[in-house]
Design a protein around this ligand. Structure first.
Ligand code: GTP
Ligand code: MG
Length: 227
């Protein structure tokens, strides 16, 4: 075990506090959180490779890339810790694996609206990809205007002594949806409690303009390419 890494993470989570503020087994828990990151990184690599392979195949057969960009991250021990705490779950690896579906996250940014469903269908129909949940925030946007297709999949990760089924959250969205989500996230963070009704309304209207533009770009693509 790399104790420097563990101590750094403990200091990070507890903001330099020591002593009785954290439970006595904190060191063990944090070190196991760090260990579990490897497992989730492996799962991300597997799903990312699948997505890259599909994109490459399209490049070769159809001379186009349905995927514009793939971004991934593993949730930090600190975020895992606070999310479990916030949701009232026990703070342990077993609890994190059972209760959090977004320890491994992949964001797939597509060029066109139809590409989202193309990629989603191709990924979820692969024999080692188990679909846990699909939430379509494009057909049913969030009240604030947020749009994306969220898929939770579980895939087998082969370790030296066992095979583990690992959950990965895949968010698929267009470049335009990503543009909105990034700025909305940034503004919401900057405003925190100063977020007025007028701001909320404006953001929602922007989301609708963007959604309309996505549809028009898809129509344009269909007219130009499939004519
Ligand atoms: P979490 O506890 O936050 O994971 O919520 P959830 O389990 O209900 O999942 P949900 O599908 O609502 O959101 C998961 C992720 O989608 C978030 O962590 C964000 O990355 C993204 N997301 C969801 N809603 C919004 C939103 O309103 N704005 C932005 N910018 N991102 C969002
Ligand atoms: Mg989340």
């Amino acid at each position: 075990m790399n104790m420097d890494k563990v101590n750094n993470e403990v200091a990070n989570i507890f903001d330099g506090e020591t002593g009785d503020i954290f439970p006595s087994d904190t060191i063990e828990i944090i070190s196991s959180f760090i260990e579990v990151q490897n497992l989730y990184s492996s799962a991300i690599r597997e799903v990312s490779t699948k997505l890259e392979n599909l994109n490459d195949e399209f490049k070769y057969t159809k001379d186009r890339n349905p995927i514009h960009q793939i971004i991934s991250r593993v949730k930090s021990p600190k975020s895992i810790f606070y999310k479990l705490k916030r949701k009232g779950h026990e703070i342990s690896i077993e609890s994190a694996k059972a209760n959090l579906t977004d320890i491994a996250g992949i964001r797939v940014i597509c060029s066109y609206l139809d590409d989202i469903y193309l990629i989603s269908d191709l990924l979820t129909s692969q024999s080692d990809v188990n679909v846990i949940r699909i939430t379509d925030y494009i057909k049913s946007p969030k009240p604030n205007g947020y749009r994306s297709l969220h898929i939770i999949v579980s895939i087998p990760v082969f370790l030296s002594d066992r095979t583990e089924l690992v959950n990965v959250e895949v968010q698929i969205r267009t470049i335009a949806m990503d543009f909105w989500a990034s700025l909305e996230h940034d503004l919401t963070y900057k405003l925190s409690e100063r977020k007025t009704e007028a701001v909320v309304k404006e953001l929602k209207e922007c989301a609708e303009v963007i959604a309309d533009t996505d549809k028009r770009m898809q129509t344009l693509y269909n007219e130009i390419v499939k004519r």
